[in-house]
Design a protein around this ligand. Structure first.
Ligand SMILES: Nc1ncnc2c1ncn2[C@@H]1O[C@H](COP(=O)(O)OP(=O)(O)OP(=O)(O)O)[C@@H](O)[C@H]1O
Ligand SMILES: [Mg+2]
Length: 331
């Protein structure tokens, strides 16, 4: 692994029960890099994030490799013991719903203190109670809680949704993770609070020169926050590349449809947005060959065979037999 590489995922397959849910995921994230992960509901985004945190259900089978800088073991086959050292340390996560991430019966300061002492080798705060306490207040201050010492004594239900998510962000950043995974971190929040929490996450990540994998349905957020984007459908990465290129000139017909469905300029005379026809099949019900072909207006007989990846590397390219823009001038 190169010095700047934080995450290296290769040929990752995840099966749960009889369902093969993630297929041959291959991607990397470098230090300081922010990568967006997009795709409709049921595409496999959350499963990808849970895999990176070792939070899949016990009966899940993981094949391929997941390497994280500074961790010797291949995390695809790591034990729960190994994961408990990595999780909250090298890699941390911000989930959509702060109430499920926090313990309702514990003061938020104690939850932060626990996160710090659990990874004391990273946090540098040691176990000295006063040093830990000072660090807790410092972290709550960093995430913009107006009275951090008071907030530390509060129980989660005594805080607003936005304040709770700030606490979750503080816990996630407490041990200076090399990689922060965010799964729709602001969608449960009031719109006026969303932008502030997002800004907080981005600044916290940048201050640590950490890498970020950012899952969202909001493509405008991806365009402003991320440098690169992975487009997922049917448990596969179907297109990847620099955000500006992919959004300006999508190649995979799925990406093209996804962008059109969120393009407010494309609203028709009746005020309707274009949509991708049909809906995402249930796990196990995707067609073979190109997984998107039963919903694609461009599909031909050729699409019954899986399209090969076209592009310079797994982080830049697409897998589509009939890509958009072929033969057209680049805008
Ligand atoms: N524990 C599980 N057991 C069986 N199938 C699962 C499990 N978890 C997820 N799945 C299936 O895997 C597929 C991908 O789910 P995932 O939660 O990753 O989607 P997502 O892209 O995060 O969607 P959303 O945008 O709605 O959050 C879905 O078909 C889902 O039903
Ligand atoms: Mg999800």
């Amino acid at each position: 692994m190169s010095q700047t590489r934080v995450l290296d995922v290769e040929g990752l397959d995840v099966r749960i029960g009889r369902h093969h849910l993630l297929h041959d995921l291959t991607f990397t994230i470098d230090r300081g890099e922010r990568v967006g992960l997009i795709g409709e509901s049921g595409s496999g985004k959350s499963l990808t994030s849970l895999t990176l945190l070792g939070l899949l259900p016990e009966d899940a089978r993981v094949d391929g490799s997941v390497r994280l800088a500074g961790v010797g073991a291949d995390l695809a086959s790591a034990s729960e013991r190994q994961w408990s050292r990595v999780r909250g340390g090298e890699v941390a996560m911000v989930f959509q719903e702060p109430m499920t991430a926090l313990n309702p019966t514990m003061r938020v300061g104690d939850q932060l203190a626990e996160a710090i002492t659990l990874h004391r080798d990273r946090s540098g705060a040691g176990t000295d109670r006063r040093a830990v306490r000072a660090r807790v207040v410092e972290l709550l201050d960093q995430v913009g809680l107006p009275d951090p010492a008071d907030a530390a004594r509060a129980y989660p239900h005594q805080l607003s949704g936005g304040q709770r998510q700030r606490v979750v962000v503080a816990i996630a950043l407490a041990n200076d993770p090399a990689l922060l995974v965010c799964d729709e971190p602001t969608t449960a929040l009031d719109v006026t609070v969303q932008a502030r929490v997002l800004d907080l996450i981005v600044r916290g990540v940048a201050a640590r020169d950490a890498a970020m994998l950012f899952i969202t349905h909001d493509l405008a957020v991806v365009a402003t926050v991320c440098e690169r984007v992975l487009v997922m459908y049917g448990g596969r990465v179907v297109e990847a590349g620099p955000v500006q290129e992919v959004f300006r000139r999508p190649r995979h017909r799925y990406t093209e449809g996804l962008l059109a469905a969120s393009d407010l300029d494309a609203v028709d005379a009746e005020g309707r947005l274009p949509t991708i026809r049909g809906s995402v099949p249930a796990a196990g019900a995707f067609p073979d060959g190109c997984v998107f072909r039963n919903r694609c207006a461009h599909a031909t007989a050729e699409c019954a065979t899986a399209p090969p990846w076209t592009g310079p590397d797994p982080g830049d390219g697409y897998a589509c037999h009939h890509p958009a823009g072929a033969g057209e001038e680049q805008r």
